[in-house]
Design a binder for this molecule. Sequence first.
Ligand SMILES: Cc1ncc(COP(=O)(O)O)c(C=O)c1O
Length: 443
Amino acid sequence: MQAGAGKFGFERSRLLHEASKKVIPGGVNSNIRLGERPHPIFFESGEGPYLYDVDGNRLIDYVMGQGPMLLGHRPGFVVEAVEAQLAKGILYGAQHELEVEAARLVTRMVPSAEAVRFNMTGTEAVQAALRIARAAAGRDLVLKFEGHYHGWADSMLFNTGSPSEPGSDGLGVAPVPESSGIASGAGAPLIVAPWNDAEALARILSDRGGSIAAVIMEPVMANSGVVEPVDGYLEAVRRLCDDHGIVLIFDEVITGFRAGLGGAQGRYGVTPDLTTMGKAMASGFPVGCVAGRRDLMEDIGTGAITHAGTFNASPISMAAARVTLEHLYAGGEEWYARLENRGRRLMRGLREVISGRGVPCLVQGLPTIFNLMFTDRREVRSHRDVLTTDRAMRTAFLPFLMEDGVRISGLGNLFLSDAHTEAVIDETVERFDSALRTFGSAS
Ligand SMILES: Cc1ncc(COP(=O)(O)O)c(C=O)c1O
């Protein structure tokens, strides 16, 4: 069924999901996909802003692979670059020029990036960054923030979604593991703090700063709402880290190359010591990287810090990364300005139909990634604020949106791509309005 031909059905996907559950726990291979409504969908292809599913639906996609597809699904020149590399070789387990070219591009675009090490995922990049920071500082503790997600490894899978309780010292937040099976000691070297609150951080650091190796954050909290740092916050964190000899890590796995040419650090003008990136860097091919100050990164080069991986900087991923980064670098600020204009058009359009239907729904974030929250609030500033929004209502709304042919993430995020033209955006707004109408009359 093509867009415009009425409500979409997902029966074949439902049956495939039922069958899949017999061999794949939950019928998905990443738990975030359990959040898809009405159920996990099976897709056959993707092109531009669209995904085509096994029921013959063409969905306007705003999940975009959970962020990587900044240039849309299957951008032609990326496919060509990968095909050219496939004709030459798949994996060498050794060096090749593409990785040097991709690394040079990262260092040109990202303010903190003097040196770069590639791997396959954001999760690994974060683990590498933590190891580098601990080695440099000669300290063990790491401070993270509630609501921030840094991958699924034991060391970081704490306080990503759960409500927070005060810590036993009355300063921070009690670490809460977000999965069963996490080693009981994994939370021991962790301090969890509220984000966007410089005074709270200053209090914690004045007490324990001398034992903390690293402060890690998403510079825009994009895994719990999409919340920008309040004015002066990143600067204050930078100062506090300097005062206490702490390595500041920005996890830009989502915001890297999405929040702007230089990521969130470029956007807000605050440079961390280390940065982790991935997702949008290679148009959907697996890649992650840790980048940062040369003096911190150097010990990986000597072998004193172990960083390894069979598939790291695979020629296929690097071929995709090189042309993606070249494209973004050549497009420069103007390319991002055009993309952001379209994002603003979408945010404005959604706000108008939301207000027209009198629904308490907040559209908040950056033009290239924003979030829908059912709430009367006019702004959400923290993870605790996000927890006051009606997440059950958003989950209930998702199938209505899907039936009108628009796909957003289970967490309510919309990822914009260059393939979302003004016409696609205007169609999205119409479809969103139709979904709101049906949702309103059903609830
Ligand atoms: C901010 C952030 N860091 C790290 C990760 C982990 O990246 P990956 O899923 O590639 O392991 C994610 C994934 O969504 C993320 O959003």
